[in-house]
Ligand binder design. Structure first.
Ligand code: SAM
Length: 295
């Protein structure tokens, strides 16, 4: 897509007529063609843009031929900046953007939205690109349950603790990472989670986009040899389901539990310990109590 040239081109975007409010606008994560028409019309139609880095957002505004005042905003910005933005959003339309992707997702905005909501500001989201969601569509891993965990801590101890917390989560894991830290993070993930299947999605929507799949240890070895450039998302398969307990294990556990408690208590204990359906354990407990081995 050619950038907008104010000397020769008609402004390609018609500014939206917007009600007062805070407009959360997702912007491209690489390919400018991914800016939605609604996002562009919103950016052109607001009276002020709260931007993570005004130099980055200035390029996007130039691309759509819009000129809009900007105010730098981070979650650690002075409280007065937030109050200014909230006052402006009560009186007219204000946009929040980050450098790339969806604001608030590993990016500034959470505190602003929380306080703006409390102040009665109309909050509107203009959905669009998000690297975590884009990576999930590329990885070939289950998407019915996923946990987005942002960036792992940089220091080894804190990183190991964070990984240990993720180890029992029964969902696909999604992490952001940088090239220089990728191999060390993959090694730590293999140690803390087991050698699960994973995907490394790099430079999504850009010229050198690629997604490489393999086990965590295979990927760690690959990227230790050649640290990758660019922006990266790691997706990791959920843990394998626990192996189903065999009949002998169930009987041994039930006999021990029945020796010291009621059928109800024994069933509850064994159901919880072995992760089995209660009805099945209950039926077997009655057989064992009544001396009917079920053979
Ligand atoms: N808010 C953004 C979003 O919606 O994806 C994420 C912002 S976070 C500060 C930046 C991280 O997102 C990068 O370090 C990288 O892990 C990931 N990321 C952003 N753009 C990407 C791209 N084009 N390809 C792969 N990962 C990307």
């Amino acid at each position: 897509m050619q950038p907008f040239d104010p000397e020769t081109d008609e402004p390609p975007i018609r500014a939206a007529a917007l009600a007062p409010g805070l407009y959360i606008v997702a912007t491209p994560i690489g390919n400018l063609g991914d800016l939605s028409p609604r996002a562009a019309a919103t950016l052109a139609g607001v009276g002020l843009i709260a931007a993570e880095d005004s130099r980055v957002t200035a390029k996007l505004l130039h691309h759509i031929g819009a000129r809009v005042p900007m105010l730098a905003y981070h979650d650690h910005s002075d409280d007065r900046v937030r109050q200014t933005l909230i006052a402006r959003a009560l009186a007219g339309p204000v946009a929040l953007v980050s450098d790339a992707g969806t604001p608030l997702i590993s990016d500034p905005g959470f505190k602003l939205v929380r306080e703006a909501r409390a102040a009665g500001v109309n909050i509107v989201t203009i959905p669009g690109p998000c690297a975590a969601i884009a990576a999930l569509t590329l990885a070939g891993l289950p998407t019915d349950r996923f946990l987005f965990a942002g960036f792992l801590p940089a220091k080894a101890g804190a990183r190991a603790t964070a990984i240990a917390e993720l180890a029992t989560v029964r969902a696909t894991l999604v992490l952001y990472e940088s090239g220089p830290r990728l191999a060390a993070s993959l090694t730590a993930l293999a140690a803390g989670l087991g050698d699960r299947a994973a995907a490394i999605s790099r430079e999504i929507s850009k010229r050198f986009e690629e997604s490489v799949t393999g086990s965590l240890s295979e990927l760690a070895a690959r990227y230790a040899e050649a640290p990758p450039r660019g922006e990266i998302v790691i997706t990791i398969a959920p843990p394998a389901p626990p192996a189903a307990a065999d009949a002998e294990t169930i009987d041994t556990a039930l006999i021990a539990a029945l020796a010291t408690g009621s059928v109800k208590t024994a069933v509850a204990t064994v159901t919880a310990a072995l992760g089995l359906p209660r009805a099945m354990v209950y039926a077997r407990a009655l057989q064992l109590r009544d001396g009917d081995g079920g053979e």
